[in-house]
Design a binder for this molecule. Structure first.
Ligand code: BJW
Ligand code: ZN
Length: 245
């Protein structure tokens, strides 16, 4: 692993613009279950893929709302881990850096990362199901989900479900960065969910070096010039130490 970290450090030294794409694995060491981990307790019988859809919300809004409420409660108890902190430090020691995350937990920002491109939204924000409406619930509305104070439509978490488009601005920034970067690093993502899953290839097509940090092999591993098998909470701080030495 030491040799790969040295290779990645060298690639970072040479790169004028680096894009990092993160997934749920980066938050795993904070105690946030990865998306495709077995669900626990109350949710053991549900596949996340069956809950994170507009169809599930239309069918049973209360259940989907309660699943998100459960996840928000869990997030309120966790902290950024050394991997998040190392990525925030990286931003300050290399030239141009774009951090794109599929995570909705806000832990990169909590760790100090700036201008994070949130591809799948943020679980701590709530929006009206009518995306053209900027309403919020009336204070004290205890319904699950609460209703929009302007148009009385159901509120929903501000996240991207299957079949929904990415936030326009986030996607625009991400695509511009992919077209310009010299190094692309995928960290802690299974790379199965598009469009994020296609980003390594998009960057490579424009000439970028592709690197990966993951506990397991993914569809990206064989095509990556540098593949580091290990937990991001250990690999990323080791990388910072290497860069500083
Ligand atoms: C560690 C670690 C440690 C663990 N250190 N590593 C066929 C081809 C192409 C596309 C499609 C297709 N069929 C359908 C589609 C489209 C669909 C899609 O991609 N489906 C696939 C499943 C096939 N995509 C969409 O629908 C997207 N929208 C779209 O395409 O819109 C088109 C459109 C355009 C214009 C108008 C309208 C529509 C939307 C996708 C939205 C995904 N949303 C979710 C939920 C977000 C909200 C929430 O959190 O509830 O996003 S799904 C879920 O998966 C979540 C995640 O961000 C995302 C990715 O998961 P991630 O981060 O990779 O996590 P895991 O759990 O999969 O992997 C963790 C990894 O970490 C593992 O590899 C571990 O080994 C590793 N790991 N510990 C390092 N310590
Ligand atoms: Zn509304």
């Amino acid at each position: 692993m030491k040799d790969e970290i040295a290779l990645l450090a060298e690639a970072l030294h040479k790169s004028n613009h680096t894009v990092v794409l993160t997934g749920a694995g980066v938050s795993a060491e904070s105690g946030v279950p990865t998306f495709r981990d077995t669900q626990t307790g109350l949710w053991a019988n549900y596949r996340p893929e069956d809950l994170a859809t507009p169809e599930a919300f239309a069918r049973d809004p209360k259940m989907v709302w309660q699943w998100y409420a459960w996840r928000r409660q869990l997030l309120a108890t966790v902290q950024p881990n050394p991997g998040h902190i190392a990525l925030a430090q990286l931003q300050d020691i290399i030239p141009e850096f774009t951090l794109i995350t599929q995570n909705v937990d806000g832990l990169h920002q909590q760790a100090g990362s700036r201008d994070v491109v949130e591809l799948h939204g943020n679980i701590n924000r709530t929006v009206c199901s009518d995306k053209s409406c900027s309403g919020q619930p009336e204070p004290g509305d205890k319904r699950e989900p609460p209703w929009c104070g302007i148009c009385a439509t159901l509120m929903r978490p501000d996240v991207v479900w299957f079949g929904e488009a990415m936030p326009e601005l986030a996607m625009r920034i991400a695509l511009a960065a992919l077209a310009n970067c010299e190094l692309f690093i995928a960290i802690g993502t299974s790379a199965v969910v598009y469009p994020a899953a296609g980003m390594a290839q998009q960057a490579a097509a424009k000439g970028a070096i592709v690197a990966e940090i993951n506990l397991q092999a993914t569809s990206l591993t064989s095509a990556a010039e540098i593949a580091i098998g290990g937990p991001s909470g250990k690999v990323l701080p080791a990388l910072i130490t290497f860069l500083a030495s």
